[in-house]
Design a protein around this ligand. Structure first.
Ligand SMILES: NC(=O)c1ccc[n+]([C@@H]2O[C@H](COP(=O)([O-])OP(=O)(O)OC[C@H]3O[C@@H](n4cnc5c(N)ncnc54)[C@H](OP(=O)(O)O)[C@@H]3O)[C@@H](O)[C@H]2O)c1
Length: 362
């Protein structure tokens, strides 16, 4: 069950105080849209990136949204994105939303937990939009489980340069309580997102949503990282669509062993992907695939990270899935094979990568 609204013209809701961690694709898009709608937004970046953004003085959003908002120094004030160079400058917020990549999340959490006043009340929360389910465990370890709201997004955004972001798809952002169908704090943030022109839904079964998104990521990341193709091309080519489907099935079997039955959500029809026979499903996907040229190709973040020589989110996605599968005794041979391939394509670290979780081999 979801409560959702589509974005219409900007609507005014009572302002929320929100701190967003990470001046990348999602951090820029969310903070700019929310600030434009009158909310009190602090955007926390690493010192170099935050300093560059302050120097630039504004955030420019293009693509499906087109506007610019000023970016100035913290503390938060209406009408601008207030940029914090590290957690010391964060002021008390109703919500702290982490938008770092998965491998950077533990350090970001540690910094925020050290400095954030963090006077947790029933109205305040922390959340992360990283793929997978391990992020909420990390947040709960640092801030306590009652402070954590589940979150995920299908919004498509890409940072073009410091302070410039392109929004390619206005996919839904989801929030949900782990122990209640809804709450004042999730409804408030939903209203703020929708009022800011960002589709948003509160999900009663957020664990199911997070697993549905996780399963999709396993399929898309796996096939796209190995082939280098866009998601559109993968679904249009039957053998690749079937490869995606087999990874999806493996991930869904791990979810099932965790007591989660995958369901359909707006922009994430994963149950409908799993129900038909693989052959029928692949035929349907190929039929529905957009003819080449009708839409810009959407490359997964895994493909983009590999192409740019950046660390990927392999440990937080495939690595975490494999650890859960091993603990359950669930066989996931395809996911294991893909994990090995992608791990082997990762750039060699200049030093040992700091991992909050042991690697699958370890
Ligand atoms: N972009 C999308 O369309 C999309 C959609 C759905 C889900 N996601 C997921 O959302 C997460 C974020 O994606 P993204 O595309 O926004 O990533 P991104 O563009 O790489 O941005 C991540 C940002 O986090 C910053 N950061 C890292 N450590 C930090 C710290 N300790 N304190 C403050 N900032 C820190 C990085 O800083 P620097 O700039 O200094 O490196 C970077 O600006 C990923 O897990 C991704 O898989 C993304």
């Amino acid at each position: 069950m979801t409560t959702a609204d589509s974005p219409g013209p900007l609507v005014s809701t009572s302002p929320v105080r929100i701190s967003i961690v990470g001046t990348g694709s999602l951090g820029l898009a969310f903070s700019a849209a929310l600030a434009r709608a009158g909310h009190l937004v602090t955007l926390m970046g690493r010192p170099g990136s935050a300093g560059d953004l302050l120097e630039r003085g504004h955030i420019e959003v293009s693509g499906r949204l087109n506007f610019s908002v000023p970016a100035g120094a913290a503390p938060a004030r209406p009408g601008q994105v207030s940029v914090a160079e590290g957690a010391r400058d964060l002021t008390l917020a109703d919500a702290v939303l982490f938008t770092t990549k998965g491998p950077d999340l533990p350090a970001a959490i540690e910094e925020v937990a050290r400095h954030w006043p963090g006077q947790h009340t029933e109205q305040t929360f922390v959340a992360g939009v990283q793929n997978g389910v391990v992020k909420d465990e990390l947040l709960a370890e640092a801030f306590g489980a009652p402070a954590v709201v589940g979150a995920a997004t299908v919004l498509g955004s890409r940072r073009l340069s410091c302070g410039a972001v392109s929004v390619s798809g206005l996919g839904t952002t989801f929030f949900g309580e782990f122990n209640a169908p809804t709450s004042a704090r999730t409804e408030r943030v939903r209203a703020a997102f929708v009022g800011a022109g960002l589709p948003c839904a509160v999900v009663a079964d957020i664990r199911v949503l997070l697993w549905a998104k996780f399963c999709n990521a396993i399929g898309v990341f796996g096939v796209s990282a190995v082939t280098g193709l866009s998601s559109g091309e993968i679904f249009a080519r039957r053998p690749l669509a079937l490869a995606y489907r087999s990874l999806l099935e493996e991930a869904a079997s791990v979810a099932a062993s965790e007591g989660v039955e995958i369901a359909d959500f707006p922009d994430l029809p994963m149950r409908s992907y799993l129900e038909p026979s693989p052959d029928d499903w692949a035929t349907d996907m190929a039929r529905r695939a957009l003819p080449a040229g009708d839409a810009p190709p959407g490359f997964s973040s895994m493909v983009q990270d590999l192409a740019a020589g950046r660390r990927t989110e392999i440990e937080e996605t495939f690595g975490d899935l494999l650890r859960r599968a091993r603990a359950q005794g669930t066989e996931v041979p395809r996911a294991e094979f893909v994990y090995r391939l992608i791990s082997g394509l990762e750039p060699s670290p200049s030093g040992p990568r700091e991992a909050r979780r042991p690697s699958v081999d370890g």
